[in-house]
Ligand binder design. Structure first.
Ligand code: FES
Ligand code: FES
Length: 158
């Protein structure tokens, strides 16, 4: 398979790599960079397990090729604690018991960061809608919504 050189900033570190042109982004992140916190479930854009942040937008890592990420800034679960919203969400997920097996959690956190950074309100229906593309097989949805709403509320405090 043909390779192409790319440069990305991942979790604050700029790297260059030669990647097969048909390799998807989440496989590149997991297999070439060894960052295995981003998970792979359906591999067809449905479950949200592979969701990562690219230039501040939550993206399905299984639907994007690594070469399409050339020049972008990527944050995976391994880097979210550097983001104030990301670290607040990590604490809130623990406090609200919003993870069981944890398989969905990296994707849930990436989508939740996007929700909050876009100015999302502490509105359970709106949070549910925003996270509707992230499946939790352990069905911990109530706690996940509680955790995200709590971070929105904290940030609204004077
Ligand atoms: S693995 Fe990408 S959406 Fe399911
Ligand atoms: S905590 Fe297990 S899939 Fe969500």
């Amino acid at each position: 398979m043909k390779n192409k050189e790319i440069e990305v900033c991942i979790n604050g570190e700029t790297i260059q790599a030669s990647v097969p042109v048909r390799m998807n982004l989440v496989d590149f992140i997991r297999e070439k960079l060894g960052l295995t916190g981003s998970h792979v479930g359906c591999e067809q854009g449905v479950c949200g397990a592979c969701t990562i942040s690219i230039d501040g937008v939550a993206v399905r890592g299984c639907l994007m090729l690594a070469v399409q990420a050339d020049g972008s800034s990527i944050t995976t679960i391994e880097g979210v604690s550097e983001n104030p919203v990301g670290s607040a969400l990590q604490r809130a997920f623990v406090e609200h018991n919003a993870l069981q097996c944890g398989f969905c959690t990296p994707g849930m956190i990436a989508s939740s960061i996007e929700y909050i950074e876009q100015g999302g309100l502490s509105d359970r229906a709106a949070i549910r809608e925003h996270l509707s593309g992230n499946y939790c097989r352990c069905t911990g949805y109530q706690s996940i919504i509680d955790a995200v709403a709590s971070v929105v509320d904290q940030r609204a405090e004077p």
